[in-house]
Write a protein that binds this ligand. Structure first.
Ligand SMILES: N[C@@H](CCC(=O)N[C@@H](CS)C(=O)NCC(=O)O)C(=O)O
Length: 208
């Protein structure tokens, strides 16, 4: 069975769960010893980040590297398209999530706790997130197609945006194309199940 190092609130852990659920791969989860980023955990996973995966003798960190490994090891159901260009576009979408959209969410983490809220940061990030979502609207489609590796991060990060909107007073411009894309993804049982499990964890973390 696969083993993951993860923490329940991890965005990239939830992103990986979507793939694991869609491929119906069994896994167990361990908390990183000492917490992620700790010296104790870095003795195991040099980069100190979660999620990381153990599969037999293989230890692998980074959700994208893990996703591509699992796609190659367990090719059914396929989560990369067949065509060369289409596969490259799915990878482009993944990278857009990891390097463009999610980092704009991360900027908000220091101002989530009630005593740290900052209207100026919320206003600036509302603009930055809206700009990224406008870019995303040009990359995605609501047309029915299989769930791909490139899709897995967006339902998770957008759940955070929705959960933070009221408490932080965010003013995000949601392109209808992105809402339609997210609705298409939410119809996949793997996405629906992960959002149902992860949403309460996120809301409790924000509230707490
Ligand atoms: N690109 C990495 C990002 C993972 C990441 O940033 N994880 C966070 C928790 S959500 C983490 O481990 N932060 C601690 C650190 O990087 O030291 C991935 O896709 O797995």
């Amino acid at each position: 069975m696969l083993t993951l190092y993860n923490v329940p609130v991890s965005i990239y852990g939830a992103k990986l769960h979507v793939l694991l659920r869609h491929k119906e791969l069994a896994f167990e989860e361990l908390a990183p010893p000492g917490g992620y980023g700790s010296d104790a955990y870095k003795q195991v996973v040099p980069s100190g980040n979660v999620p990381a995966m153990i599969d037999g003798d293989l230890l692998l960190a980074d959700s994208e590297a893990i996703a591509e490994y699992l796609e190659e090891k367990h090719p059914e159901p396929a989560m990369l398209p067949v065509g060369l260009a289409e596969r490259a576009l799915a990878r482009q979408l993944s990278r857009f999530h990891d390097t463009r959209l999610e980092p704009e969410l991360r900027v908000l983490f220091p101002v989530i706790k009630p005593d740290k809220r900052d209207a100026a940061v919320a206003a600036k990030q509302s603009g930055a997130i809206s700009a990224r979502l406008a870019q995303l609207a040009r990359l995605v489609t609501a047309t029915e197609q299989p769930l791909s590796i490139g899709d897995c991060g967006f339902p998770v990060t957008c759940l955070w945006f929705d959960a933070l909107t009221e408490p932080l007073g965010l003013d995000i411009a949601w392109p209808p194309e992105v809402r339609a894309y997210l609705a298409r993804l939410a119809a996949f049982p793997a996405v629906a199940a992960e959002l149902a499990a992860y949403g309460p964890v996120v809301r409790e973390w924000i509230g707490g």
